[in-house]
Design a protein around this ligand. Structure first.
Ligand SMILES: CC(C)=CCC/C(C)=C/CC/C(C)=C/COP(=O)(O)OP(=O)(O)O
Ligand SMILES: C=C(C)CCOP(=O)(O)OP(=O)(O)O
Ligand SMILES: [Mg+2]
Length: 234
């Protein structure tokens, strides 16, 4: 893979989105608690993020907690919240070393003040980084995002156009998803970036997220190169 001019290269995605699924099953397979799968998954987040930064990807949007995930047992939700906060604090150094900007999407108001502050602080501290933007989807649901965007349109008395709606989405200013990857064998979107994935190329792998690695991502990027994106044309 050449590192030159990747951002202008149509055979190379600018925006990769990943549904990081299968942590629980990975752990169960090993006789471990589900939370051990999340812990291992966080390590893969770091590895994949650094690789995407290195090869010149612009946006890496990772599904870390959905609006539906509150339905999980309280202990698992609490564990995930603690892991997120710990992870963000640990990652700050990695972000700064690798020129990575951090951004969160989703309705953050449902999180503890402490987690909200950590998220804001990480966004602020990395705001002048110009390489990859790592976007974490936190308490994110596409339906919720679209409803919040429509409310903003209304409040600002804006005409309902694609451009105006996009400017009110959490992903305002970002390019649409070029490549969507879901791990764990499930073949569904689970309320993830429904608008932004309108013309994404999709790739589903049976690998559980904690087993996902750079080699597999490289194979997916090779497959992406051979996709013919027509966007409705011929
Ligand atoms: C950024 C960060 C610190 C991330 C933490 C680790 C991580 C990858 C969290 C995603 C949480 C989640 C609901 C994963 C899906 O696996 P699942 O629990 O649905 O697994 P299953 O489908 O096998 O049950
Ligand atoms: C990866 C995240 C954060 C959400 C999607 O995975 P889920 O495991 O919650 O999705 P479903 O199988 O319930 O559709
Ligand atoms: Mg799952």
């Amino acid at each position: 893979m050449s590192l030159n001019n990747m951002n202008d290269d149509k055979s190379f995605p600018s925006h990769i989105a990943i549904i990081m699924d299968g942590n629980g099953r990975w752990a169960k397979q090993r006789g471990l608690k589900r939370t051990a799968g999340h812990e291992e998954g966080a390590k893969v987040v770091r590895e994949i993020t650094k690789f995407c930064a290195k090869i010149g990807i612009k946006y890496l949007t990772l599904y870390a907690f959905s609006t539906e995930n509150w339905a999980r047992p309280k202990l698992e939700v609490e564990y995930l919240m603690r892991l997120l906060e710990k992870h963000l604090k640990n990652e700050l150094e990695v972000f700064l070393e690798n020129n990575i900007r951090f951004k969160a999407i989703g309705d953050l108001s449902k999180f503890s003040k402490s987690l909200q502050n950590t998220i804001k602080n990480t966004e602020n501290m990395t705001s002048s980084c110009t390489g990859l933007t790592q976007v974490l989807a936190l308490n994110y649901g596409s339906k919720d995002e679209i409803i919040r965007a429509i409310k903003k349109l209304n409040e600002q008395n804006l005409e309902i156009t694609e451009e105006n709606l996009e400017s009110c989405l959490d992903t305002a200013g970002m390019s649409p998803v070029d490549l969507l990857i879901r791990t764990s064998g499930e073949v569904r979107l689970s309320n993830y970036l429904l608008w932004q994935n309108a013309y994404a190329e999709m790739f589903f792998t049976k690998t559980y997220w904690p087993d996902f690695n750079i080699e597999e991502l490289e194979k997916i990027l090779d497959d992406y190169k051979n996709r013919e994106r027509r966007f409705g044309g011929i």
